[in-house]
Design a protein around this ligand. Structure first.
Ligand code: CS2
Length: 492
């Protein structure tokens, strides 16, 4: 087989007709958005909506993508002029679209000043983030800044050469204030409850520790709209790269695989201006909290539950898990009986249809979304996905055995040994602590006791709550005795 040419501005015109591509003059775009955390999710979601804005003729909203850690994305995309392919995959077939909204890429540890310069540039009106839960350098249970976090300690000691997203944001705002440049809007696009307010809390606290007048400036001048983001984006594999070359006849070293569904609900508070994203499917609302809670608890809560139980039961992907005995019923009952009653009302919203569609999305046979991928960073995900929902059930005196099964599966998973005795590659910022806490713990009460005192995860209420203890321990007991597959198959 001959080597295919690389995707780039120069080769765009050779794409097969059925591949959608930027038809606008990319060179005219100004950098209006600096995005921190230029990973697969951003490239499948906000960058796609913004590509449509640029195609619509508004050149003010090109994206500068910043990686806060590794240079992988820059290395893949720079030779492609920032272009990449999004493959939208489902049981009905695939479609391919080349996205042109990423105009420049920077790797923060290699080029701190260039990142700060871009953030200070007056044309940048929005700084957006997908840095995942752990990128907020907070305690997940309380959602307040973790002042002992190594990156925060570093950034407070070296404010002009930051490492964390929080450090970059505060330094850039400080420079804009000093220059008299209008501030930008901060747009969190991570899966956190009230993500705008959470970002505001950690940013303001960090600024307070640097200089209280800077914190006042931020309180008075900076907008932090909350958002709910939703699109399933599995990690790209070599098979996906081959699929993309076959369809586009060009080599793309980092194409993105995703599903047809995409949703973005945003609070409309952008004093410095924003793209007309509403023309391209984004919903603007006054208050996003109810949407965010619905999505976090129903989608992400179910996802994590399927991931831990499914991994333990030996399934590689979510669609495999959904086919295994009992899983669909478990998730359906968990959504209807345990999660839905905890959700704030969303008048006019068809919740039943939303839940049915969610399960359909999990079944998408064309997406190979690995249970292991979703299982990552559980210590950061559990509070908002499962534990807050359980708190609501405890408050109302209703049962939550299925949610407890999800928590128990996480506890079993982080012991680091699978049901066949193989090692589990537990990826989590607290992996070392999880490992040492669970070492040589075998029974349900030993494992539960080893983990429940992690205040960052369980707060100061759940460790003392006997209803919680009884329910989670009982489920953990079942998983240990019968294995995850049988436990799920028998759960009604
Ligand atoms: C997933 C999410 O990896 C995970 O933890 O639950 O990334 C999920 O696919 C997205 O939130 C969907 O919008």
């Amino acid at each position: 087989m001959t080597e295919q040419a690389r995707l780039s501005n120069a080769t765009l015109s050779s794409l097969p007709r059925e591949v959608t591509r930027p038809e606008y003059d990319r060179s005219r775009a100004k950098i209006g958005i600096v995005h921190l955390g230029i990973g697969a999710f951003h490239r499948a979601h906000q960058a796609v909506y913004t590509d449509s804005v640029l195609a619509g003729g508004d050149n003010d909203w090109g994206i500068l993508g910043v990686s806060l850690r590794s240079g992988d994305t820059r290395d893949a995309l720079e030779p492609q002029d920032g272009l990449y392919t999004v493959a939208t995959r489902s049981g009905n077939g695939d479609s391919f679209r080349v996205i042109g909204s990423i105009n420049r890429l920077l790797v923060a540890p290699e080029n701190t000043e260039a990142v700060l310069d871009a953030m200070v540039d007056a044309a940048a009106k929005i700084v957006s983030l997908t840095v995942t839960e752990k990128g907020y350098c907070y305690s997940p249970a309380s959602a307040s800044l973790d002042e002992s976090h190594p990156d925060i300690v570093h950034d407070l000691a070296n404010p002009t050469a930051p490492k964390s997203a929080i450090g970059f944001i505060v330094e850039a705002l400080s420079r804009r204030r000093a220059n008299g440049t209008e501030p930008f809007t901060l747009l969190s696009c991570d899966n956190l409850p009230a993500n705008g307010r959470t970002l505001q809390r950690v940013v303001t606290r960090f600024a307070e520790l640097r200089d209280p007048s800077l914190a006042d400036y931020i309180r008075e001048n900076i907008a932090f709209p909350s958002t709910m983001v939703d699109r399933i984006v599995p990690a790209t594999t070599d098979a996906d790269r081959a699929l993309t070359v076959a369809a586009t006849k060009l080599t793309d070293t980092w194409p993105i695989m995703t599903e047809p569904f995409s949703q973005w609900v945003v609070e409309d508070h952008f004093p410095a201006g924003r793209p007309a994203w509403e023309k391209f499917g984004v919903t603007f609302v006054d208050d996003v909290d109810a949407f965010e809670l619905m999505k976090l608890r129903l989608l992400n809560g179910s996802h994590s539950t399927l991931a831990y139980l499914g991994y333990l039961a030996g399934h590689e992907t979510v669609s495999d898990v959904m086919k295994a005995p009992g899983f669909n019923d478990l998730i359906e009952a968990m959504m209807d009986e345990e999660i839905s009653p905890t959700l704030p009302p969303l008048p006019g919203f068809d919740l039943a249809a939303y839940k049915t569609e969610l399960r359909e999305r999990f079944r998408n046979p064309a997406l190979r979304h690995r249970t292991w991928q979703i299982a990552m960073d559980g210590s950061q995900k559990l509070p908002q996905r499962l534990l807050n929902t359980i708190r609501k059930c405890i408050e109302s005196g209703s049962s939550f055995d299925r949610l407890a099964l999800g928590v128990a599966a996480w506890m079993r998973y982080v012991t680091g040994v699978s049901e066949t005795g193989a090692a589990i590659d537990v990826r989590d910022p607290l992996a070392a602590e999880l490992k040492s806490r669970t070492a040589k713990k075998n029974s349900a009460d030993e494992i539960f006791n080893a983990l429940i005192s992690m205040e960052q995860v369980f707060g100061d209420d759940l460790p003392a709550n006997n209803v919680f203890r009884r329910s989670v321990e009982a489920q953990l007991e079942k998983i240990l005795k019968h294995g995850a597959a049988e436990t799920v198959a028998k759960t009604t």
